[in-house]
Design a protein around this ligand. Structure first.
Ligand code: SAM
Length: 270
């Protein structure tokens, strides 16, 4: 579809693109082709698409697999695609529904759910994802320790997946044109490659440390002592025993952050 077709379809459906739903529809057909090719789908693979919109990716996915699962929150768009392509669409909020099992995920994601949906997808486990994100968010996913964009989401994703920005997409490839450019990220889940005592403890510790990502680990932990269930003295003593106490969380790799988490878990189990 070209922009005038998209406008026409939306008009017929009575839809004014919603910012809240991140409704920026991809217009550039060659980018849609590229995304779907990058996923290298085999016909037996279960493929998940989140936020099908007017179906620019969906119509390319339908001929490639017998097992396509589509989740779209906007009822009008879900009904439209069902009529147009004869595919069943789960008309739900992807953050509020139990995600099905799948092999690959191919989506142009609504920006506002990027972080939460990426973590939920990784919790399910899959073989490969080709996902379009807002450029800034994509940069967080691939950021290296010690860089400005290295953040909690970088750690939580990189600890269980390899992420690569495989293509930049300009905002002009959308209707309506968003404020920012986008990027396509390939995500390949894998084992962490190091031991972490508990995923939950790791999640909590990274959240606590990255609340003060540029302060020394020791100082950040002391000021967050309540969240660790400690008083000031306990937190100070604990910080003394820690690896990397004098470093700043923003400089620590997922493996090093896991070592801090494991030290905390050991202390709690003593
Ligand atoms: N895939 C289409 C494309 O490339 O043009 C649409 C992409 S648009 C960026 C995001 C789509 O996700 C919209 O159709 C929107 O209605 C839908 N959406 C927004 N929030 C959602 C959610 N929480 N769960 C499922 N779909 C959602």
């Amino acid at each position: 579809m070209i922009v005038s077709d998209i406008k026409g379809e939306l008009y017929k459906l009575g839809i004014r693109p919603s910012k809240r739903y991140g409704q920026h529809f991809l217009v550039d057909q060659s980018i849609a082709d590229w995304i779907v090719q990058k996923a290298e789908i085999q016909s037996h693979e279960k493929v998940l698409e989140i936020g099908s919109g007017l179906g620019i990716l969906t119509e390319r996915l339908v001929p490639l697999t017998r097992n396509l699962i589509i989740i779209e929150k906007d009822k009008r768009l879900a009904e439209y695609l069902d009529r147009k392509l004869g595919v069943e669409i789960i008309n739900m909020d992807a953050l509020k529904t139990d995600l099905p099992d799948f092999d690959k995920v191919v989506s142009n994601l609504p920006y506002q759910i990027s972080s939460e949906i990426t973590v939920r997808l990784l919790d399910k486990g899959f073989k490969k994802g080709v996902l379009m994100y807002q450029k800034e968010f994509a940069e967080h996913l691939v950021a290296e320790p010690g860089t400005k964009t290295y953040s909690r989401i970088s750690v939580m994703v990189q600890y269980r997946a390899d992420c690569t920005i495989v293509k930049h997409v300009s905002k002009g490839s959308y209707y309506p044109v968003p404020k920012v450019d986008s990027a396509i990220v390939e995500i390949i889940p894998r084992q962490a490659g190091f031991q972490v005592e508990s995923d939950e403890a790791f999640r909590d510790m990274v959240r606590i440390l990255f609340a003060h990502k540029n302060r020394k680990v020791r100082n950040g932990l002391v000021s967050e002592r309540r969240r660790l269930g400690m008083d000031k003295q306990e937190a100070r003593r604990f910080a003394e025993t820690l690896p990397y106490a004098e470093q700043r969380p923003v400089k620590l790799s997922p493996k090093e952050l896991a070592e801090i988490t494991n030290a905390f878990c050991r202390l709690k189990n003593e």
